[in-house]
Design a binder for this molecule. Sequence first.
Ligand code: HEM
Length: 559
Amino acid sequence: MLPKSPQLTASALSIISGSATWFAFHNVRIRADLAAVSYAMLAGAIYIGLLFGSWSNPLTMTTTLLGLYATSALLTTTLYRLSPWHKLASYPGPLLWRISALPLVYASFRGKRYLVIDELHKRYGDFVRIAPDALSIKRKSANQIIHGPATHMEKADSYLIPIPRHIVALFFKQPTHTLHTERKKIWQPAFTSKSIANFAEPLERRTWQLLETIERRQDISNDGSVELTKALTHWAYDFTCDMLFGGCVTMGLLENGDPTRIIEGGKFSMVLLDSLGQAPWLVHLAYHLPIAKAQMRFFKECGEMMAERVLKDGETTVPDIASHFLAAEGYYRPTLEEMQLDALVVIQGGSDNTSMTASLACFHLLSSQGGRQWMALQAELDGAFQDITSSDLDWDVLAQLPYLNAVISETLRLSSPYYLPRVVGDGGVAIDGHFVPEGMIVALAAYSLQTDAANFYPEPLEFRAERWLPDAEARGYKTDRSASYSFASGPHVCIGKALAYQEMRLVLARLVLTFDMEFAPGFDPTAFKEGIMNMRTTIIQRPLKMRARRRAGVVFRDI
Ligand code: HEM
């Protein structure tokens, strides 16, 4: 029976509506910005209604009613999430993480999510509930189920960006599997070994420019050092533009630096998607705030470059990636808006991971074992290449060098702690005997598996390139190559994997053949390591300051 006083009746109705809202919407996605506007309009409507109904203190009453409504909705949600009826009720996890996605957002935003999740696995086992609807799974067998073609799991909503649904681009969440597959088919011809070979000339040229830039920036610096990550990032973005736009649109970062902070914009886009995206309603709100400005700037700049490239069709100096977008035919021919978004994906996806991996390889080579591994790599490269100025470094030779490839694999093992959430499809899935119902989010605990002593032994947390050499076992290493997930797998596998390897091999080889390097005075490797954050993009809080000394006999090529 409802209370008799109008105030109490209204309060009871607010509480009931709060719970009813949860019942009505808990399986429906609502955009948080629209929900916030509706809530504000409801507040206004109640206030006006009370005002005209001649209630005393209409403002206090409005606040009370809305407070009761929100509290009731939150309480109902919390009780459901902790109840035995929740689909993931049987999985363990910390209390707050089972109630809300905010702890996961917080861990993500701090850039140390992979370490926090690793700790949770140590405490709770291989299946941990890390958000109300999400599981982190530390089982090798889960990889095939989560990422394999048989299940073709969809990406989680953290991959959505606020664009009209008809605009499709690779990497982001597409409305259907078919759209993703068709879009990937348009990209694929640009990433065959024949197409990649066309990029050899601009890659060599940009790498020589990088070497020259390192010396130039070091010479004009106050302390005789160079920020290696910055230089490598500029190299990667410049080269990616060459590949994408065939030389007719460039960023010129190696030459001029990055005055418009375009790189920051790209990185911040990933941060928003990867951190706030774990609670997608936060992203809907963030896009209306100044926090999203850098991202919007990045979208705009990439879009403008693609539009310029379209106008300059016919002026390219190498067969570029954009020409494949423009050549696509039929129903799936991308619109200009889609090509602009795809261009953004190429620029960010093609430059960020490659340059960060190359930087971190240099860091690890010099910081572990007193630089012994840098010397070992240098010895291998010196043996393989005699004339390093007049001839290009042969890609086939680079691909066969065991130590160089081992360095890249070991860097990726420690430096690609990606979190790639996927949604379980119709009917749910069983993973190693654990049933996960449909609609739930699952993610492989990649970092935990890549640093587990059961897969990499001994010293799984240390950088030891030797563990990837062909005779690693004889040296006492156990290396499970299948427990390495840096490029993902299945339908959403990284399209640029082969290209990324060529880039990283070439740039590392050129750096190590050209320079003897050491950390700049005052550089603290421990602090640097602590300052590495991962939010799908790698952010370093402290600059990687190096001193590079050109080796005797090395002459720079004119470019
Ligand atoms: C060290 C270098 C690289 C690493 C570690 C890496 C890693 C990855 C990973 C883990 C994914 C899956 C992402 C997800 O599902 O959330 C991915 C996707 C992707 N990568 Fe890479 N990547 C690298 C270099 C490149 C390069 C050079 C390109 C060239 C443009 C590229 C283009 C892409 C694209 C377009 C996708 C989306 C594929 C799809 O949606 O089907 N990546 N990459």
